[in-house]
Design a binder for this molecule. Sequence first.
Ligand code: C2E
Ligand code: MG
Ligand code: MG
Length: 369
Amino acid sequence: TSGIISRPQDEPLGHFSRIGGDEFTLILPNFADKKYIATVAEKIISIFNEPFQVAGREIFMSTSIGIALYPDNGDTVETLLKNADTAMYRAKEVGKNTFEYYSSAMNSKAKVRIKLENDMRRAIDNQEFLLYYQPQYDIDTGQLVGMESLIRWKNEKMELVSPGEFIPLAEETGMIVPIGDWVIQSACRQGTIWKDQGYGNLHLGVNLSPRQFFDPHVVEKVQSALDSTGFDPHFLEIEITETAMVQDNDKTVQILNALKGMGVNISLDDFGTGYSSLSHLKMAHIDTLKIDQTFILNANLEGRDGAIISSIIDMGRRLKIKVIAEGVETEESLAYLKNKNCHVAQGYLFSPPLPVDEFQKLLEERESV
Ligand code: C2E
Ligand code: MG
Ligand code: MG
C-alpha cells in the first residue's frame, strides 16, 4: 500500500521536537504498516494516562495525536504538518486521549473551522455579539434574585449562533479573550442600567472560560469593567468551571484572592461534571455552586440523581455556599429542590435566556405584581 516509507532498520526510530505551545511532532521514518504507527500512538497516550509529579503536585494531561502519512497526505513538510494538525484537532474533538489519521474529509471540516474563526474575528468589530439574560429565582420566596448573562452571536445572515458552537473554538484560538472582555463590560453596563432604573439587588453572573481566567490581565479587566460602569462588585458573580481550577493551583488561588479582594463573588459553574475535587471547595473562595443541568434534566429524583443533588445542596449549606440549580424545567424538579432547601433555581420552567428588552419587560412585570 502507499504511505509506506521504507528505510533501513538501523536508522533512529523517530525524531521528536516541540513546535510551539503544547504541540509536539514526532517523525517516524521507519515503519512497515499503519498498525505500527497506531501502536506508537497508543503507547504515547498510555504513558500520559498516568499523572505527572511536578513540584509535589499531581498533574493530569490529556493527549491528542494527529497522523499524516507521506506521501498520501502531503509531500512537503508544511503540508504534512498542517494535515497532522487538522487530524489532531479531530482527535481532540472526538474526546481527547485518542489518535486520528488525516483524511481529506477533515480538510473541509478544517475549512469550516477557519471560516468560523475569521467570521468570529470580524464579529467583534461588527458588533455581532449580544448578551441574553436568564433570570434566577430564590426557591423559598419565589423572588427574582439575579440573572446570568449568556452570549449570543447574530451573524451576517442574522442567524443566532449559540455559544456551544463558537465558544470552544474561541477558547482554542484565544479569541475568547477579546470576546470575553466585551462580555464583562457589556454585562456590567447593563447591570448598572437596571440598577439605576430601580431594579437593584440583582446578582449578575458572567461566565469566564479558563483562558480568560488565566489571562494575565484578568483582574485589571474586571476592575476596569466595574470602574467604568459603576457596577457594584458585590453583585457580580464570576462563573468559572472546575477546569479552570485544576490548571494551576497557585495561580488560581492568587487570581481568586485578587477578585475576592475587590468584592467580587466566585461561582463554580457546571459543578459535578468536571474534576469535582472537593479541595476546590476547601480553598474557601467559592461563594456559589451551580449544580450542572445534567443532574437536574430528566433526573431520577428517587434514585442516584436525587442522591447526588441533595448531597451537593447539603454540602453547600454546611459550607455556607449558595447553591444554584441549573436546568430546572419541571415543577417536579422545583418541588424536589425546594424540599431539599436549595437556594436558587434557573431554568426553562421560569424562563429561557432573554434579550435585553424582554428581560426588561420581565423586570417591569415584577414591579407590577
Ligand atoms: P452555562 O454557563 O452552564 O449556562 C447555562 C446554559 O444552560 C445556557 O446555555 C442556558 O441557555 C442553558 N439553560 C438554561 N436553563 C435551561 C433549561 O432549563 N434546560 C436546558 N436544556 N438548558 C438550559 P447557552 O446560553 O447555550 O450557553 C452554553 C454555555 O456557553 C454556557 O454554559 C457557558 O459555559 C458558555 N457561555 C455562554 N455565554 C458565555 C460567555 O459570555 N462567556 C463564556 N466564556 N462562556 C459563555
Ligand atoms: Mg454559567
Ligand atoms: Mg452551567
